[in-house]
Every structure is written in C-alpha cells, then in structure tokens.
Design a protein around this ligand. Structure first.
Ligand code: AKB
Length: 315
C-alpha cells in the first residue's frame, strides 16, 4: 500500500494523458487524481477526476484536502504559439498557477511538486549547439519569459522554504496518444498524420530549422525518474536540461520517407518560425545524466517507426 496520492493539474493534455497512465502503474488507479479545466463528461478519464481551473488556488486546495494529496504535477500552461496570441493571459495563467502550487507546498500541505519548464527559456543570445545547463538566457516569447521566471521561483521556494520542487526543460515532445496544444514543435506530430493520410505535408517551419526533441515514452520515464530520485541527487532546483535527439523538418521528412516511400514535404513558414529560431538546436543534458542517470531509450529512427505504426492503427 502506498501513502502517495498524486494530483495532476492539466491532466488531459499531451503530457498529462500519458503521465497519468505511468503514475497509475506506479501508485495504483485510486492514488492518481487527474484534473483539467474540462467538465468530467468531456474528460474521458478512467479513475478519479476533478474539474479545476488552475487560476483558482482554493479549488486546487479543496481537491488536495479531499484526496489527501501528497504530490502535485502541475502541467497546465499556455504553450509558445498560443501565448504569443494572448500574452497577458499566457503570463497570468503560467505564473499565477505555479505560485498557487508553490505556496500550497510552502504551507506544508503537499510534500513534492513537479513543474515542467521548456527549451523556450533560451533565446537568441543562447549558444545554439549543445546548449549548456548554465548559459545566456534571454527568451523573447511570453511563454519563454514565464518559464524562466517560473524556474527562478522554483529555486527560490526550494532555497528559502525547503519546497521539494523538481523540473525538466522539455524539448519538443512527440506523441500520438493525445493532441499537442499550441506549441511551435507541434509540426513534428502533425507531419505523421498528414504523411499517413496524404503522403505529403506543408510545414510551418523552414527545412533547416533544427530543434531538440524527445519521444513521449522517454519524457514520461524522465519525469517519473526525476520525481522518484532521492532528494540529494536532485542538485538542480531550477530545471534540468534534457533531450533525446535533434532534427530539422527536412531530416524528419527524410526519415519518414524511408518508411513511407514517395512522402513529400513543402515549406510555408509562419510566425512560429521566429519562435523556433530563437531556441537551441541541440541540448547538453549531461547534468541529468550524471545526477539521476537519465538516458533516453528511443532514437530518431525508432521514434519514427513507432509513431507511424501507432498512428496507422489509430486512423
Ligand atoms: C512548444 O513548442 O511551445 C513546446 C515547448 C518546446 O515547450 N512544445
């Protein structure tokens, strides 16, 4: 029997959907409460579910009390492309909700917090290749600014109040179980659906826009491993660099073409190009590898194979 009870905020999103499955395998179905802004009838969750608006601290706290929650995974956020369309709302949602969770932890109502950061904390002045853990950070998107500020708050709450908060700077996450929502790296998911439906794809980034990426099973593995690691191994309390592989749209298209002969790609960059250009092309994640033995399982080739196989079944 576990005395760990987990609450996932933003649990119906791209990461939350798969993280819930992983955490239920670890702690049992009844010990993982999924929450999202959606009403229960639309959420399609098997197990405890609560509708929560993360801007409402009392609503979060009520659910924490009701289920005797010990750990919160706070995944709700406006991502890069959506936040650029609505900057003030992006800032408020991303910051206020994080501070609500950190304050609940500071008041000792929960013992551990997970909050994802992103490669969006980097900016045009950051070295692009093998971007180090500690480097120039000058994000120029609302999302990136909110994630960098969030990282500083996490470290502050850890140092001043002893809050056990842990975080990963997710690169682009590739998955097929749940839809991605409003990110710049989402092209690397859309391309698979279009490849299988039409054998062609029009990309909103240019052919040579290199970005760091990670396949979802590896992202879930990393998240749970970081949260399960003994506290003394977690030496970074802002957020850990992490990545699986890097590619540009032309490279991904080439890999898809190997497995789907005749596949073609064309390019029509839009406002997301500038966002992508401000981010690193590859990431140095040696601190995660050394501190808590992070190691991805999937190569680019294996990811493409698995995505095509599973999306084909879905379609
Ligand atoms: C986005 O594109 O906004 C996200 C991210 C890299 O954090 N996938």
């Amino acid at each position: 029997m576990t005395d760990t009870n987990v609450l996932i905020l933003g649990g119906c999103g791209q990461v939350g959907t798969e993280l819930a499955t992983g955490l239920k395998e670890l702690y049992g179905n009844d010990h993982v409460v999924v929450s999202d802004i959606k009403p229960a009838a639309e959420a399609n969750v098997n197990g405890p579910y609560e509708t929560i608006n993360v801007m409402d601290k009392d609503a979060i706290f009520e659910v924490i009390k009701k289920y005797k929650i010990t750990q919160v995974y706070h995944l709700a956020a406006l991502l890069s492309a959506t936040a650029e369309q609505n900057p003030m709302f992006g800032w408020q949602l991303n910051m206020d909700s994080l501070l609500h969770v950190l304050n609940i932890a500071k008041e000792n109502h929960i013992s551990k917090v997970y909050w994802p950061s992103s490669i969006a904390v980097f900016g045009p002045g950051t070295p692009k290749k093998n971007t180090p853990q500690d480097t120039i950070m000058d994000p120029n998107t609302v999302y990136g600014i909110s994630k960098l500020a969030g990282e500083r708050w996490c470290e502050y709450y850890h140092e001043k109040y002893g809050v056990d908060v842990r975080s990963i700077r997710y690169p682009g996450l590739i998955s097929y179980k749940a839809e991605p929502g409003g990110g710049t790296t989402d092209y690397a998911i859309h391309i698979f659906y279009e490849a299988l439906k039409h054998n062609s794809y029009e990309c909103f980034l240019t052919a040579d826009t290199m970005l760091p990426m990670l396949y979802m099973p590896d992202a879930i593995k990393a998240t749970i491993e970081l949260m399960e690691a003994p506290a003394e191994k977690v030496k970074i309390r802002s957020s850990y660099n992490l990545a699986g592989f890097s590619f540009d749209p032309a490279g991904l298209a080439k890999e898809i073409e190997k497995q789907l002969p005749g596949f073609t790609i064309s390019y029509k960059p839009d406002f997301r190009q500038a966002i992508a250009e401000s981010w690193p092309g590859s990431i140095d994640d040696s601190r995660a590898r050394n501190d808590w033995q992070w190691k991805p399982d999937f190569s680019l080739e294996q990811m493409v194979h698995d995505m095509l196989l599973n999306i084909k079944k879905k379609l």
